[in-house]
Design a protein around this ligand. Sequence first.
Ligand code: MTE
Ligand code: MO
Length: 263
Amino acid sequence: MGKLIVNRRSFLTASAAGASSLVLAGCDQFDFLGQRDNQVRDFLERANTLTYQAQRILGGEQALAKTFSETEIRQPMRPNGSTDPRTDEYVALRDNGFADYRFRVIGLVERELSFSLDELRNMPAQSQITRHDCVEGWSCIAKWTGTRLGAILDQAGVKSSARFAVYHCYDVMAGGLSGAEPYYESSDLIDAYHPQSILAYGLNNEVLPVSNGAPVRLRIERALGYKQPKYLHTVELVDSFVRFGKGQGGYWEDHGYDWYGGI
Ligand SMILES: Nc1nc2c(c(=O)[nH]1)N[C@H]1C(S)=C(S)[C@@H](COP(=O)(O)O)O[C@H]1N2
Ligand SMILES: [Mo]
């Protein structure tokens, strides 16, 4: 699987080098992929399906991401993308120490639920030291502490019609002509229920800082950096994600990244 990603990345780099007008800042370097008829984008979409099928077949549905020991924590988690959301709703929550934060489970579930931060912290906790790989070409090894998303979904009772989980975040990204776009992501239910998929509220033995997604961010350990939504407030169970954003399953997917984003 690594090989496909590497090939895809070098392909992108080669294409990016040829486009002189690109802003080479953060994930913005792939903004040109937002064009629907872009050839690179078509290539990515085909590679996406291939990676998804190959990983599901070869890796097994519940295969674990590699974990590391405390001594291998390489550096503090490097904040990337949004690092200080300015939406009124988020600022109000943050200024009150997230006392009013609620994590919501909505959509195709038997009962919609919501949890305070304390309630999440009082659920069974697990920690994992994993590597975070950003498509920009850097990675960090960090320790994440949180509670399993799968257990929460079980409490809500996921309906059999649900196929995907959509993750909604507080921060908005500056979209081009379309204005501000909320950050969102999605996964299939295999990744939502994966034993390492946690709602993380702790990082490297500290409370998760704002720069890394406070108060709660999701870790989907077998996926690339952009599939690790920060500032998470809602998981919505759906049978299709076409009605969100531009319909590709995530903010960066709407801008050309592949949906599966497996490592
Ligand atoms: N809500 C939200 N989640 C996000 C992003 C973002 O901008 N907003 N950026 C993504 C990207 S591209 C990466 S690499 C990681 C960075 O996580 P970190 O800031 O904890 O290093 O968060 C991902 N999740
Ligand atoms: Mo990233």
